[in-house]
Design a binder for this molecule. Structure first.
Ligand SMILES: Nc1ncnc2c1ncn2[C@@H]1O[C@H](COP(=O)(O)OP(=O)(O)OP(=O)(O)O)[C@@H](O)[C@H]1O
Ligand SMILES: Nc1nc2c(c(=O)[nH]1)N=C(CO)CN2
Length: 168
């Protein structure tokens, strides 16, 4: 099953945090690395004013053994390992890992909604995802390229000087 994860950081050493997350997500068995997107600097969407810009990226994996709950637990564990402190909704964070999709699975459980309920409207997710996988499709929503055609992308800027490496 294909697994798509979105990474974001807007506090501290943002790029090092994203690379650490890529490494940690694939550290344990069960999830195989497929691809990582370029890094984008993005204007904060929602949340309090005066937040720093985010660095965002998307990483794609594949699993034959893990269920969606196990993948979410791994994502939340990696967030915690990087010291994310939840303060206010949509507020600044050292690391946010969102599970965008797991295969064709659909779920409206608030603890694990699949696909991620806001992915289709977030250019900071869809722009990097389309670069990592130009043929990407968001289950229930259609092609990522088609979704992007309707979105304002000016707050999402490529950082060609920052390239994430595959997990070590
Ligand atoms: N697809 C998903 N990916 C990640 N977390 C999810 C998902 N669906 C539901 N959740 C739940 O959301 C909780 C995390 O919410 P969190 O505070 O990180 O939201 P956020 O990242 O601030 O906002 P957003 O969901 O808009 O990205 C997790 O504890 C998890 O149980
Ligand atoms: N640019 C940007 N804005 C956000 C982001 C993010 O990763 N990037 N994450 C949020 C909550 O998950 C809220 N707003």
């Amino acid at each position: 099953m294909k697994v798509v994860l979105a990474l974001g950081s807007n506090i501290g050493r943002r790029f090092e945090t994203l690379q650490g997350a890529v490494d940690a997500l694939f550290d344990a068995p069960g999830l195989d690395f497929v691809a990582v997107s370029p890094v984008y600097e993005t204007d904060p969407v929602g949340g309090p004013p005066d937040q720093r810009p985010y660095l965002n990226a998307v990483v794609i994996g594949s699993t034959m053994t893990l269920g969606p709950r196990a993948i979410l637990e791994r994502a939340l564990g990696v967030e915690t390992a990087f010291g994310r402190v939840r303060t206010e909704p949509w507020g600044p964070r050292t690391l946010d890992v969102d599970l965008i999709m797991v295969g064709e699975l659909l779920s409206d459980d608030p603890e694990l909604t699949l696909p991620h309920p806001l992915a289709h409207e977030r250019a900071f997710v869809l722009v990097p995802w389309s670069q990592a996988d130009p043929g990407a499709v968001l289950p229930g929503r259609g092609s990522v390229a088609g979704l992007l055609a309707d979105l304002d992308q000016k707050g999402v800027r490529l950082r060609p000087d920052l390239a994430l490496q595959p997990p070590d």
